[in-house]
Write a protein that binds this ligand. Structure first.
Ligand SMILES: [Fe+2]
Length: 244
């Protein structure tokens, strides 16, 4: 069983299109998407349209959950906006515009997504989460102590936990036998090279797990310019995050 796992697309059409070309060559049986479709990119409606197409094409073999920023965009209030502008100005001002430019049907779609899902493939119990099993916004970063990660996933009874959120890929094989893989970010990767990242996962008929993070080239300069052209306050700070 071959599965492509994507996360944190963040309305980056260019990165998403390149990743989908690579996924096409992988020819997966299933696609999982771990949330954060919209906030702080340049083409939220295009990404949601493509997600709807994947849902249609893959049917029950497509799984999607909600990310923390999907929740922010689809439940945005004046208070949330003001707090976001104070805490992380470029994200707050982007959020203000994202709410206005995203079609209502897509806002409604991400609002209703579940925060997590569990499923079983070839005897392997899998949990899909955005941050961690206990918190949609918790960071499973690289180079944490194994005991720290063990604590974060202690309430999950899955064999394999797939997460995103930090925009940095990593993986852990824990003493409890659980495996945790952060799939990285397709649309706003925080790796040094800023390439788009996703996970190719294979689970054979014996339940053996093989995984590979793929780093995909895209036109970061072009995307950075798209962000600048949105012309909201502090957009230059956001635009600079795409450049290695
Ligand atoms: Fe994200």
């Amino acid at each position: 069983m071959k599965i492509a796992v994507i996360s944190d697309i963040h309305a980056n059409k260019d990165a998403f299109d390149r990743v989908m070309e690579d996924i096409k060559m992988f020819n997966p049986d299933k696609i999982f998407c771990l949330g954060d479709l919209i906030l702080a990119g340049y083409n939220p409606n295009y990404i949601c349209e493509k997600i709807f197409e994947l849902k249609e094409k893959f049917g029950e073999n497509f799984e999607i959950i909600q990310g923390n920023t999907d929740k922010m965009v689809s439940n945005c209030s004046e208070e949330l906006l003001e707090n976001a502008k104070k805490a992380f100005p470029c994200m707050g001002y982007s959020l203000e515009q994202d709410v206005k430019i995203t079609d209502k049907k897509y806002l409604d779609f991400v609002k209703e997504l579940p925060e997590k899902k569990t499923l079983e493939i070839n005897g392997i119990k899998i949990e899909l989460v955005h941050g961690s099993p206990r918190n949609q916004s918790e960071n499973i970063f690289p180079e944490l102590l194994n005991d720290t990660v063990e604590e974060m996933v202690k309430d999950s009874n899955a064999d394999l936990i797939l997460c995103g959120h930090t925009h940095i890929p990593c993986g852990y094989s824990l003493n409890s036998g659980k495996m945790v893989i952060n799939v990285g970010s397709t649309g706003r990767s925080m790796t040094q090279d800023k390439k788009a990242v996703y996970l190719q996962l294979t689970i054979d008929s014996q339940g053996k797990i093989f995984s590979e993070h793929r780093s995909i080239d895209y036109d970061n300069e072009k995307v950075s310019k798209h962000i600048l052209s949105r012309n909201f306050k502090h957009c230059e700070e956001l635009a600079s995050m795409y450049i290695a």
